[in-house]
Write a protein that binds this ligand. Sequence first.
Ligand SMILES: NC(=O)c1ccc[n+]([C@@H]2O[C@H](COP(=O)([O-])OP(=O)(O)OC[C@H]3O[C@@H](n4cnc5c(N)ncnc54)[C@H](OP(=O)(O)O)[C@@H]3O)[C@@H](O)[C@H]2O)c1
Length: 262
Amino acid sequence: MSFYTLLTGASTGIGKALATDFARRGSNLILVARSREKLEALAGELTRSHGVDVRLFCQDLEQKEAASKVFGYCQEQGLAIDCLVNCAGFSVAGCFERMAEEDIVRMVMVNMVAVASLTHLFLPPMLVRRRGTVINIASLAGFQGVPGMAHYSGTKAYVVGLTEALSGELRDTGIRIFAVCPGFIDNDLFYSRAGHQKSRIVVPVSSVDVVVRAVRRGLRGRGILVLPTLFDRLMVFSQRFVPRKMVIGMAGFFAGAMEKRE
Ligand SMILES: NC(=O)c1ccc[n+]([C@@H]2O[C@H](COP(=O)([O-])OP(=O)(O)OC[C@H]3O[C@@H](n4cnc5c(N)ncnc54)[C@H](OP(=O)(O)O)[C@@H]3O)[C@@H](O)[C@H]2O)c1
């Protein structure tokens, strides 16, 4: 039986870089996102360069039945998934009350429901085979509320909590789950979609490669939450010694995502 890595959010940014890295290491892939052309171009390139089998499934993860459709496709095609990478996600910057009502639900669907539902569907076959890995791309924003990114940080806190709890449930099953929690990553598309001015971020912005390396480190190690850089680790560690109000104020200042109210 051939195994596949299923990667959501594979069309651009971090997901695309992860797809390239997994292909380079010989994994067959199923790429999921909405942008067909980008997925087709990437699939062609990865098959040509690395000789792996790359399938694509175009799916809007905001849709209620999205995860079942992805799972149904894999079943129909007889594709066994031994690695699920939940990477699709987006942010919206600014004051919470100015967020479009529909963005609240859209973000819950993509950043939370799709992660939970895909994991829920793909876990049982992994448990039967006693083989599998789930990798969730969370964020440093999941460790504290970030003013200007309130809803986004809430969705990523959910991913952190879900991953931690499942790592406990999955002990001794042969299945691993971990979350990679990057700080700011240099990806203009992510910021333009969020309406977040990158120039206002006052902390180091890392390259996408930093996340790829963190995923590899996660795969080699046994950790549950992988913080890609020393700065990320310092940020989380220092929270133990700083009053919560100050942690939140600093997070908001560092992100520069909050706009002034008149
Ligand atoms: N960039 C950062 O600073 C940063 C930091 C920490 C964590 N992260 C997390 O890393 C992940 C990837 O972010 P990125 O920087 O690579 O951003 P990106 O370049 O905007 O990529 C987002 C990916 O998610 C997919 N996606 C978005 N909405 C979707 C939907 N409704 N249905 C299906 N797919 C959807 C996009 O594909 P289509 O548009 O083709 O559908 C794209 O492939 C996200 O979970 C993000 O929260 C990013």
